[in-house]
Design a protein around this ligand. Structure first.
Ligand code: GLN
Length: 556
């Protein structure tokens, strides 16, 4: 068979399903808020009644971020179907209020894994396997998977990580170029997010870096249709005209994204700028008035809260708040519902070890002990929990935070002095132990207990009071669990098992009776909190902290 026809028999060319596609790229610098821009556009379209979804393309070679350290990557966001994904998916869910799946995040690692598997399976029939067309076809196929899925979006927003000019993202950008050729200009919009630096000395906003990043895009065959320019200062008509002139984008499609007080204000600002209207116009879709009433109310309360409450989040990644991104956001959501500013202080658990809980924590109205991995700082977490339990300060333990609460209770209340998690120590009292089906797991990525699992809540508990529903589903990411061998002993000593998995009888939630609010959960409620529907456990924890504060103020 001649070389050029090799491999074409079994591998069909990717087909592009009927939908509208917005490709979001970033220029000048990273951390420009492409994720927030994509999520905001998603919200603006959804609130006009359109079905929208978002795909994040990550150019790194890890198959997923699950194996990366939080210092490298920030939080690993887990979806209902158990994918470990980029934290931008959290923003997508929080803004467009739909559940993402493993289809909503693709990495170069996944693309290459598939191409190499096909090569090993002989699917290329002797052909040379190349970035173009094999890698790019695989990317195009993955984009098309979304409209083919049950999400059935009318509009797919595709955000690519990194900055134009990076070597890593080139195959994605090339795939987008080919996608445009196949799908046609009525179905594709390219949106480029850039930065306009402000030079104080000349009191000027500079457009040159934007011009250059668009040159880079055009070099590889992509002409943006829309520019969203991040800027500290308002921009004049002249600045918009200048950007338009040099980038070949009509001035009316150059939008300013001013720095916002809260990320939740960004969609409102972009709506005023007319972004969604412009996208719809390019697609020949009808513009409608978006329903942003509730969103606006919540944003107003974030900006002008009536009260305040101070919460300590104790963990080991405190220098890096991205590691606990969804926790921070969940507090913002609850605060907005309760019309209260939730001041979150990130307290280093190792410091609690060296300085003591009283000194580090006594100024707070509530304590959350964060999820995490590894022994470092674990004794500080246990000490912090003891302090909250004894002083009746509202306590919320998430995943590792719940595990540490069980260890603390076992040691200091149930008298199991050597109690620990086997993640940290070999102990004769392993109250937290490796899950049975984790014992033979050697591979790292995607092998924890992941995704949404059912949990049954016990009547008469704080947990059920929060949810108001006996059967819940929450997302997990862990290898260790409450050891049921110690259940009777701990329950006899006063621990309340308030939530269990109905199939495996795993303990998923615990709480204490003689305490205003002391709740731990093995799952990650923060992943399901959204601005318009804050998570009930966070809401009730914040409420309990507000009551604690009011009580303390009354005693003063
Ligand atoms: N390290 C613990 C485990 O694997 C907790 C994980 C977590 O907090 N996400 O079980």
């Amino acid at each position: 068979m001649p070389k050029e026809t090799a491999g074409k028999r079994r591998l069909r060319k990717p087909r592009i399903p009927k939908a509208k596609y917005v490709f979001v790229t970033g220029g000048v610098v990273s951390s420009l808020g492409k994720g927030i821009t994509s999520a905001s556009l998603g919200l603006l379209l959804k609130q006009r009644g359109y079905r929208v979804t978002i795909l994040k393309c990550d150019p790194y070679l890890n198959v997923d971020p699950g194996t990366m350290s939080p210092y490298q990557h920030g939080e690993v966001y887990v979806t209902d179907d158990g994918a470990e994904t980029d934290l931008d998916l959290g923003h997508y869910e929080r803004f467009i209020d739909i559940s993402m799946s493993k289809l909503n995040n693709v990495t170069s690692g996944q693309i290459y894994e598939r191409v190499l598997q096909k090569e090993r399976d002989g699917d290329y029939l002797g052909g040379t396997v190349q970035v173009i067309p094999h890698v790019t076809d695989e990317i195009i196929e993955r984009i098309g998977d979304l409209p083919r899925s049950t999400q059935k979006p009318e509009v797919v927003i595709i955000e690519v990580g990194g900055t134009v000019g990076d070597i890593e993202s080139l195959p994605f950008l090339e795939a987008f170029r080919q996608f445009f050729l196949k799908a046609g200009p009525r179905n594709v919009v390219f949106l480029h997010v850039t930065l306009l630096p402000f030079i104080a000395a000349s009191n000027e906003v500079k457009t040159k870096p934007t011009q250059h990043s668009v040159y880079r895009l055009r070099e590889i065959g992509l002409q943006p249709n829309i520019i969203v320019a991040r800027t500290e200062k308002p921009i004049t008509k002249e600045v918009r005209e200048k950007i338009g002139l040099f980038t070949n984008v009509p001035t009316k499609d150059v939008f300013a994204a001013r720095d916002a007080e809260t990320i939740y204000e960004v969609p409102l600002m972009l709506e005023k700028e007319g972004l969604a209207k412009s996208v719809l116009q390019k697609f020949g879709m009808k513009d409608k008035a978006p329903d942003l009433k509730q969103w606006k109310e919540r944003v107003d309360r974030i900006k002008k809260p009536s009260g305040v409450v101070n919460i300590a989040v104790c963990g080991k990644y405190v220098s890096l708040q991205d590691a606990y991104k969804s926790i921070g956001e969940a507090f913002i959501h609850s605060g907005s519902l309760l019309d209260t500013k939730v001041n979150v202080s990130w307290v280093d658990s190792e410091k609690v070890e060296s300085e003591g809980a009283e000194k580090m924590l006594s100024q707070y109205d509530g304590l959350l002990v964060a999820p995490g991995f590894g022994i470092r700082g674990s004794e500080g977490k246990i000490e912090a929990i003891r302090w909250a339990r004894e002083n009746k300060v509202p306590f919320f333990g998430i995943c590792l935070g719940m595990q540490m609460a069980v260890v603390e209770f076992a040691r200091n209340v149930a008298g199991l002095k050597r109690a620990n998690s086997t993640e940290f120590a070999r102990t004769s009292q392993p109250v937290i132990d490796l899950m049975v089906d984790q014992r033979n797991v050697r591979q790292k990525g995607g092998t924890m207990r992941l995704g949404a699992w059912a949990c049954h809540l016990k009547p008469g508990t704080r947990s059920l009071e929060a949810y108001g529903n006996e059967l819940i589903r929450e997302r997990h990411r862990h290898r260790y669990e409450f050891n049921n061998k110690y259940r009777d002993k701990l329950v006899k000593a006063g621990l309340v098992v308030s939530g269990t998995n109905p199939d495996a009888d795993l303990v998923e939630m615990i709480e204490l009776k003689d305490h205003p609010w002391f709740v731990g959960c093995q799952f990650h409620p923060e992943l399901k909190s959204r601005l318009t529907t804050p998570h009930p456990l966070f809401v009730n924890f914040v409420k309990a902290s507000m009551a604690f504060r009011a009580n303390r103020d009354a005693k003063k």
